[in-house]
Design a protein around this ligand. Structure first.
Ligand code: ADP
Ligand code: MG
Length: 394
């Protein structure tokens, strides 16, 4: 799960990580009041679940999702341009994201920008800390062009973060004297926050030194392990559904493993492995899947009905491929779910069905007698071919 910068900073402050003062605003007037309290020049930051805001551009041509304001008046003006506007950055895709809130924070006198991140390295089964003096810019670019400028340190899950690792990173980044001490303390607190919050990613880009000698987290991005949310109630309450794909939100209400993709063929499959294979075969046949959807090994007709409705309400879907291998789940149950859904939502695209395994003949029979024109296929290759060929013209 992702959270906003202001929420990540709230969490990090609780662990003692130094961040600039700030508060979130939903209205330009609130932005004014907050800026007044902070005093002096402030920075107005669009809050969306994506980075690259500083270099982003709004749909109406307004430039910059992170802007400095010399006083409260100007902060209010900037907030009124940002709120309700759609921000496009290299991370949002071209459709962008609507800004519903802005973070008003004190402007820092930046001396230098660094990068500091903690991420789960799944291959090594350890957290890795990444640090670089090349902060502020896109770290992906640094990683691709000058990987030697990113220092890495892996943390053993049993022994935890060792003081020598923290000091080594501090030395490699070139910190000295009091700033070295500040950096070490910050990293130790950041790592504790990452672990105790069940984060999968904690990224400070930039980490800065100020002209008056402080070390601060100027930006903060955190992602959390969805499976840990049941013991992270505060973090779970930070979930912002307006930032998520509405169809994915709907699917999560029914416990469906659904991820929306860019293609045009809606897939309904049982089992993640079979779903992956189905997507591969569709691609081999020249099509593009519109989603990944695993209805699960114990799908009920109710679940199948909801899944099918979600597929059909995706405007990009031009044909649907239902590929079910009946093991524990019975094919007739799947067929019933599909037919139930068809009663509630009009089917306007061709639907190709391939049922194999337990009660497949009974399932096919139900579909054929349902009054709907389902296309049937014997094997996956044929089904994929048919779903590509039958796509509704637009
Ligand atoms: P994003 O990563 O989404 O572009 P950041 O929070 O990193 O957003 O901000 C982009 C840039 O804006 C930073 O690299 C920094 O140079 C500047 N900036 C952000 N917040 C402040 C601040 N409080 N004071 C001064 N400059 C800031
Ligand atoms: Mg940043």
């Amino acid at each position: 799960m992702k959270v906003h910068e202001y929420q990540a900073k709230e969490l990090l402050s609780k662990f003692g990580v130094p961040v600039p003062k700030g508060k979130v605003a939903f209205l330009p007037e609130e932005a004014y009041q907050i800026a007044k309290v902070i005093g002096g020049s402030v920075v107005v930051k669009s809050q969306i679940h994506a980075g690259g805001r500083g270099k982003g551009k709004f749909k109406d041509g307004y430039v910059g999702g992170v802007k400095i304001a010399k006083d409260a008046e100007e902060a209010k003006e900037i907030a009124s341009r940002m709120l309700g506007n759609v921000l496009v950055t290299h991370q949002t895709g071209k459709e962008g994201k609507k800004v519903e809130k802005v973070y008003i924070t004190e402007a820092s006198d930046i001396q230098k920008e660094y990068y500091l991140g903690i991420v789960l390295d799944r291959a090594k089964e350890q957290n890795v800390i990444m640090a670089s003096t090349e902060g502020g810019v896109e770290i992906e670019k640094v990683a691709a062009e000058t990987p030697e400028k990113i220092f890495k340190s892996w943390v053993h899950p049993v022994f935890g973060l060792q003081r020598y690792q923290v000091r080594e990173l501090g030395f490699l980044l070139g910190f000295k004297g009091d700033q070295f001490k500040q950096f070490c303390e910050l990293l130790e607190k950041l790592y504790r926050a990452h672990e105790e919050c069940d984060a999968t990613l904690t990224e400070i880009n930039p980490l800065i030194t100020t002209k008056d000698g402080r070390v601060l987290a100027l930006d903060a991005k955190m992602n959390f392990d969805d499976n840990a949310l049941l013991r992270q109630l505060e973090i779970a309450s930070f979930r912002d559904l307006t930032e998520e794909d509405p169809l994915e939100v709907e699917a999560s209400r029914y416990d469906l493993n659904y991820i929306r993709l860019d293609g045009t063929i809606g897939c309904m499959v049982n089992g993640a492995g079979l779903a992956m294979a189905t997507m591969d075969v569709i691609t081999l046949e020249g099509g593009m899947p519109a989603n990944f959807l695993d209805v699960g090994g114990s799908a009920t007709s109710e679940r199948v009905k909801n899944a099918f409705k979600i597929l059909l309400s995706d405007k990009n879907v031009k044909s649907v491929l239902i590929n079910i291998f009946g093991g524990i789940v019975r094919c007739d149950v799947i067929a019933e779910g599909v037919i139930e859904a068809a009663k509630e939502i009009q089917i306007t695209v061709p639907v190709v069905v391939r049922l194999q395994g337990t009660n497949s003949e009974k399932g096919m029979e139900l579909l054929q007698n349902s009054g709907h024109n389902f296309l049937t296929a014997k094997d996956l290759k044929e089904a994929a071919k048919l779903s590509v060929a039958s796509q509704r013209e637009t």
